[in-house]
Design a protein around this ligand. Sequence first.
Ligand code: PLP
Length: 402
Amino acid sequence: MEEEKLSSVAKRFTASSIQKLSLIAQQCNAINLAEGFPDFPAPLTLKDAAISAINSDFNQYRHVQGICDELASIAKKTHGLDVNPLTDIAICCGQTEAFAAAVFSVINPGDEVIIFDPSFDTYANVVSIAGGVPVYVTLDPPQWTLDPNKLLKSFTHRTKALVLNSPHNPTGKVFSKDELDTIAGACCANDCLAITDEVYEYVTFGNAKHVSLATLPGMHSRAIITSSLSKTFSVTGWRVGWAIAPAYIASAMRNIHARIVDSAPAPFQEAALIALRSPPEYFESLRRDYEAKRDFIIKLLVDIGFQVQFEPQGSFFLFAELPKNCSLTDVDCVEELIKRAGVVAVPGCGFFRTNSSKDKRVEEDRSYQKRYIRFAFCKSDATLTSAAQKLNETNFEFLKMQ
Ligand SMILES: Cc1ncc(COP(=O)(O)O)c(C=O)c1O
């Protein structure tokens, strides 16, 4: 058996369910509202910058210090954080690699890492590759609120770090100032590091504001901020991301990064410099465009029978709920969406901790985990309109039964 040659870590993983769904979307020419990648062009200035970098032969291993200078200046301007561009930043291949490098820098086998539930599945996977133990803290539906008692109860002497993603995938939640204060207080009281995923930092709606956890009292010295170009500039394939962290952690991360990928793609690092210097109007129009797309998809899904009790405050995902009387699970419903309308979304169950979780600290009714479907609305107006046409033309009697 060839599989016998695989490591025990490799045997634990298969292609992610979102990748599988994207493949189905491609194979049956379905509209892909599953994967969180924009299907519209990246800003022209960025593309020109990347083309110009290639034409100027930026073809070799490279670390563009200018990105660190720019990130440090943004951190000062927007968050009031003092960041040393020479020591406190690691440029990586997307937030995904920055997150992995952060985990590999600070997590030893047996260390516990607090992760909110639901969450982006990369976190738990990477923590477990490092030998760490994910400990889940439920965000309570339908508003996905954080119960401070649940959080406080989840800390033990083995807790090493907490992961915070705000704006949040899959729910679109932006953690409130009170919730951030609770998280920061708990991290400080328990001498716990925080790894934040802020890839949707510029995509917030209405009154919701992104506040970086690192800016709260006591957190700058224990926070590892990770983010990237991917979502803000619609270039998920360019693979440029970064971490801002205390110097000793950033240094460890750079060392790990150098051993795994050496450096992020050189021409795209050059383009990143231009991206990070975008004027405020760019970010404002990004926010406005996504807010309009959010409103469009909410109306569309409510009209065909989904429940939307929680309107996304940020990110570009809508976590829609099946109506109470619908007997289908999230997985069944996604199959029906594909078969009947040619539209692909993601069953919500993939974002929740698995039922085989060994963590017995929190025993709760988790039946709601099979009742959500995640729709990505980071799509062109043409794609969203075609999806609307297909969904509106289809009979989803199972969503309407009273
Ligand atoms: C919450 C979150 N973090 C990170 C990523 C991936 O970011 P990157 O492309 O920078 O690796 C995604 C992509 O969907 C995401 O939703």
